[in-house]
Each structure stands twice: as C-alpha cells, then as structure tokens.
Ligand binder design. Structure first.
Ligand SMILES: Cc1cc2nc3c(=O)[nH]c(=O)nc-3n(C[C@H](O)[C@H](O)[C@H](O)COP(=O)(O)OP(=O)(O)OC[C@H]3O[C@@H](n4cnc5c(N)ncnc54)[C@H](O)[C@@H]3O)c2cc1C
Length: 78
C-alpha cells in the first residue's frame, strides 16, 4: 500500500481541503528524498498539518513544511 502524496502545506494532492501527516503521508523532505515513516518526520508533520488546517479555516497564511535534517536509520538486527 502506498502513501498519500501531500504538498508543502501538507494538503493532499488533488484534495486541497484535506490534510495528511505522519506515516500515511509522503512528501519529498529535501526535494529529493521522501519523508520517512518515523517520529523524526511524523511529529513535525503533525504540527504543521494542525497549524495549516486552522490557517485554512480562518483564511490565514499557511506554513510550508520545513525539516532541515534527515537521518537514515539502519537496523542491524539482533
Ligand atoms: C514496533 C514499532 C517501533 C517503532 N519505533 C520507532 C522508533 O524508535 N523511532 C521512531 O522514530 N519511529 C518508530 N516507529 C515508527 C513510529 O511509531 C511511526 O512512524 C509513528 O507512530 C507514525 O505516527 P502517525 O501518527 O503517522 O501514525 P500512528 O501512530 O500509526 O497513528 C495513527 C492512528 O490512527 C488510528 N486510526 C487508524 N485508522 C483509523 C480510522 N479509520 N479511524 C480512526 N482512527 C484510526 C490508529 O489507531 C492510530 O492511533 C516504530 C513503529 C513500530 C510499529
């Protein structure tokens, strides 16, 4: 199952009145690599999506997602 593509404001592409964040959402974090399904990206995405949802309701300017670090997690197993 794939993830829901979102724009920089965390709006679901083609559904501008729906926001998505966290593991179910997919965005290119640095323009190249996709967001990872972890707390590292899920937590700030949730904050931006919540903020932007309220901004959308009140006609305020939204904040485009900005996460200026990217970590690759390597699981070496047991
Ligand atoms: C075993 C395990 C260990 C992990 N360890 C780490 C770690 O060490 N570090 C790290 O960064 N990440 C870790 N992760 C990943 C991290 O947990 C997820 O990236 C993060 O929880 C995603 O958050 P989310 O809010 O997007 O989704 P979720 O936390 O999955 O929240 C989604 C919520 O939506 C609810 N839901 C689903 N369908 C419906 C519905 N139809 N109606 C209403 N509610 C619904 C679910 O019950 C759930 O509460 C781990 C994941 C797992 C499974």
């Amino acid at each position: 199952m794939d993830r829901v593509p979102v724009d920089a404001d965390l709006r679901v592409e083609c559904l501008s009145n729906v926001f998505a964040a966290g593991g179910c959402a997919r965005i290119l974090i640095d323009g190249v690599r996709p967001s990872v399904m972890s707390c590292q990206h899920g937590r700030p995405m949730g904050r931006y999506a919540g903020n932007n949802n309220v901004c959308d309701a009140y006609g305020l300017e939204m904040l485009p997602l900005e996460i200026d670090w990217y970590t690759t997690i390597c699981d070496l197993g047991p």
